[in-house]
Design a protein around this ligand. Structure first.
Ligand code: 5MM
Length: 341
């Protein structure tokens, strides 16, 4: 495939395909495995991810690329084939998480700053050789108005780091996925999510412009505009869609080829229904698709539960969710289609 950044970015978000975010760090994958009673060993992590990467229908028809963790991009399948080669053989693009996680922001209790810029140029060169053609960096913006969170300093510092990361990626021939996640964990309402997301995206695109990042060779990975989980409010897909698109029209340049949402803790079907509603009110100037972690994997993890005998069931669950999200990325999903699972 073409090595041009613009072509890679377009392939990531085009054709109703989306990304599988399988870049859980060691701590996060352990938490996911604890839920299904599976020990988090290197072999179990390999077996689980190999199961998804070998899901032929999902990987060839619905998934454009996979975000990998450092361990996984270097790992071989049980038969000795590099996992990266399995992904490429399905026609999907290998990607890599390059941030070192969100750490406490000194002087701003409750805020975080994502680290990982030191040595990033060298790490990107290594990841390119290993086959990565896109990367991901996640900034985490929490909302807690009782503590003045997020501060303008947190939004500014995270936007600056995302821009420095994006510029380094493009220098290395790697498409940067820029992920400024406004968390949906708080007690805030949908309008507060909209306001904080707007401040975050405005600052982000200021910084990307200042860093001379070529927007055509980037993909945005944002949250949807939605009420916080502790608010007790449930938004309809139409409400989420209307406010999310209003936000993007006010902040995201049309030079950006596509927007691939994170699921952020939404239920599987909720994340699909919201993505579908967003596409139904199109056309939009960007492709709008998925880059889900939990909302693509939760059902597959449960069906698999660490047993080789459940491999086909795990693959069927993963394929179903990938299919549903593919339809949602085209605005063609219907709730009744879930029954076909
Ligand atoms: C798959 O989860 C990713 C890694 O998280 P940690 O670094 O905390 O282990 C995460 O960055 C993910 O790619 C995005 O947040 C989107 O995932 P969700 O589950 O929100 O769709």
């Amino acid at each position: 495939m073409s090595e041009r950044l613009e072509d890679i970015a377009a392939a990531i978000v085009g054709g109703g395909k989306g990304l599988l975010a399988a870049d859980e760090s060691s701590g996060t994958i352990k938490k996911r495995f604890d839920v299904i009673g599976v020990e988090s060993t290197a072999d179990n992590r390999r077996d689980y991810r190999e199961m998804m990467f070998r899901s032929k229908e999902a990987m060839t028809k619905y998934i454009s690329g996979v975000i990998l963790y450092d361990e996984t991009i270097r790992q071989k399948a049980a038969d000795g084939t590099p996992l990266v080669d399995i992904i490429k053989a399905a026609g999907a693009i290998p990607g890599i998480k390059v941030d070192a996680g969100a750490k406490a922001l000194a002087g701003f209790a409750g805020d975080t700053i994502t680290e990982g810029l030191d040595g990033l140029r060298e790490r990107l060169a290594d990841y390119y050789k290993l086959g990565a053609r896109f990367a991901k960096w996640r900034a985490v913006i929490d909302i807690d108005s009782t503590k003045g969170v997020p501060s303008a300093t947190s939004i500014g510092s995270n936007a600056h780091a995302l821009a420095r990361y994006a510029a380094l990626c493009q220098e290395a021939g790697i498409v940067p996925i820029v992920e400024p996640e406004v968390l949906m964990d708080g007690a805030h309402d949908i309008d507060t999510c909209y306001a904080v997301s707007k401040a975050t995206l405005l600052k982000l695109y200021d910084e990307l412009y200042a860093a001379r990042v070529v927007l055509e060779g980037t993909v945005l990975k944002p949250n949807m505009v939605i009420s916080g989980k502790k608010s007790g409010k449930t938004d309809s897909p139409e409400q989420v869609a209307e406010k999310t698109i209003k936000l993007f029209r006010e902040t995201v340049p049309v030079a950006v080829p596509g927007i691939a949402f994170l699921s952020g803790g939404q239920d599987d079907e909720e994340a699909t229904a919201n993505l579908n509603a967003i596409n139904v009110i199109g056309p939009h100037p960007w492709k709008l698709t998925f880059s889900y972690g939990r909302a693509l994997q939760a059902a597959a993890q449960k069906a698999w539960s660490g047993k080789a005998s459940n491999l086909a069931a795990g693959q069927a669950a993963f394929t179903h969710r990938a299919h549903m999200n593919h339809l949602a990325a085209l605005g063609k999903w219907k709730p009744a289609l879930e029954q076909a699972a």
